[in-house]
Every structure is written in C-alpha cells, then in structure tokens.
Design a protein. Structure first.
Length: 276
C-alpha cells in the first residue's frame, strides 16, 4: 500500500508507550494525519501529546467514544488486554481489522475479545522501529481481505521491514530472533567492552570501541545486502591472524553458535508459555 493510501485510513491506536509512539511517528512521517487517527492513552508523554497536537490526532483516555475504524492497533501491555478490550469494542465493526503487537496473544485470544472483527493481524515488531529501522513478522487471519492486509503492511512498513508468515506458530520464533534480538546485540556490545577492559583498555575507551564496531558492522550489512555475513566474516579473517585466533574460540563446538541456539530456543519456549 502506498503512503497516499495510508494517509486516508482511519486508525485507532490503543497504547501510546514506546512502541505505540514509534509506530505513530512512523505513520505521521508517511502522511497519516488528521482526526481520523484516535490515540487512546491514559498517561500520554509530552512527546506523544505534542505529536497529536501537531498532526491533528485525537488523543483521549481509554474508553472514549469513537466510531469503528479501518484498523484498531493494539499496542498495550499484553497483560492489560482483558481489562482494555471491553472499552475498545465500540471501535471495532465488521470492516475493522485488529492489528495486534501483543506478545503471546494468539488470534484465538484476540477473536474471543473482539467478536465483531472478521479480520485480525498479529505482528511482532522490534525496538529499532523507533528510528524507522525495525523489522516485523506478521500473520493474517483467514478473514483478512487483500485491502486489509495491504493496510496492515503499510502501518508496519512505516517503521521498518515486514515479513509475512505462513503459519501463526512462527510468531514465537520471530519473537525469539528479531523481537528479542536487539537485546542480544546490546549485550554483545557490553560483553565486548568488558573483554576489552580485561585485556587492558580503559573502560570508557573500550566501550567506545565496542559500540562503534557493532554500529559500523551493522551499517556495512545494511549497505551491502547482496553480501552475506559469512562473506564479510571471511573477508576480514586472515589465515593465522588475530581475527582467526578469536574466531577459533567463538566457532568452537561449545562456542557462540550453540549458545545462540539455546538462547533463541529459550525465548521461543517462553513465548509459547505466555500464549498458554
């Protein structure tokens, strides 16, 4: 869906926290403005309030009256769904689709609380959405029309890439890889900086080096999508050199790959537990 078609949509956003605000800023940047956007947030931040004022969005507390929208976007905390759903019923009509970014809440959980919705899209974005560089995995229910899926794609694509899934069960794996993934990368920076300190660097210097290294490496990947991470790794690894010595540790039988596999498996299992 184009930015122009996104601009004409009516959207109700439930939840104006970090991810809700990131999505709203992305929509604003893609031309979505005016009173067709209703934002429901009990404690809006100054940044959220200013954005709503600048773009003409209606900002109200949950429970405020409103007509059914093209899309109801759920960006509240998952544990708040039961309490919030009754107050949101009036925003959902037969032509409304529900777009949920709630971890652990399945299509069946959502349809049970929004019986009027014939279409539901479940998605899992991640925190780089705050700078328009997120990635989301999404799955649409069987009742979702092509137009509704296109609008859902536009809403998600405003803050990053979108990967459509063939099976809802894949959402837990997506959550484990990309949803939680930024935390793994941030921890890598922490660990690399700590290793530099152990090797004799001053803490501030080591932190700058580690951070800039991860930032620059990520930018190389972004700018050269045709080059695989494996090729990049091989290009910077001279036989018998310092990088090869380090990789011998990281690529050992008990090295980074099996550790990452266990970490992702643990996150996926927890996602399944949250889904009940």
């Amino acid at each position: 869906m184009s930015a122009a078609s996104l601009a004409g949509a009516s959207v109700a956003l439930a939840g104006g926290g970090k991810m809700g605000l990131a999505m709203l800023e992305g929509w604003a940047a893609h031309g979505l403005a005016g009173p067709g956007v209703l934002v429901l947030e009990p404690a809006p931040s100054p940044r959220l309030s200013q954005l709503c004022a600048d773009k003409g969005y209606r900002l109200a507390a949950p429970g405020a009256a409103g007509a059914p929208a093209d899309a109801l976007v759920l960006a509240i905390k998952p544990q708040m769904l039961d309490a919030a759903a009754p107050a949101l019923q009036g925003l959902v009509g037969p032509q409304t689709f529900v777009l949920s970014i709630l971890a652990g809440k399945r299509l069946c959980d959502l349809s049970a609380r929004f019986a009027a919705a014939r279409a539901i899209v479940r998605a899992m974005p991640n925190t780089p959405a705050a700078i328009g560089r997120g990635i989301a995995g999404a799955f649409a229910s069987a009742g979702t029309s092509a137009a509704q899926r296109a609008l859902a794609d536009a809403l998600l694509a405003a803050v990053g890439g979108v990967e459509w899934l063939d099976d809802e069960a894949q959402i837990d794996a997506v959550t484990a890889v990309s949803g939680s993934g930024p935390a793994y990368v941030f921890y890598l920076v922490e660990a690399l900086a700590a290793a530099g300190v152990a090797a004799g660097l001053a803490p501030e210097l080591s932190a700058r080096l580690a951070r800039a290294t991860v930032e620059g490496s990520g930018e190389l990947l972004r700018r050269s999508p045709e080059i695989s991470p494996e090729t990049f790794r091989q290009n910077v690894t001279s036989p018998g050199g310092t990088t090869a010595a380090a990789l011998a540790v990281l690529m050992a039988e008990d090295g980074l790959a099996p550790l990452m596999e266990r970490a992702v498996a643990a996150a996926k299992a927890r996602g399944a537990e949250l889904a009940g």
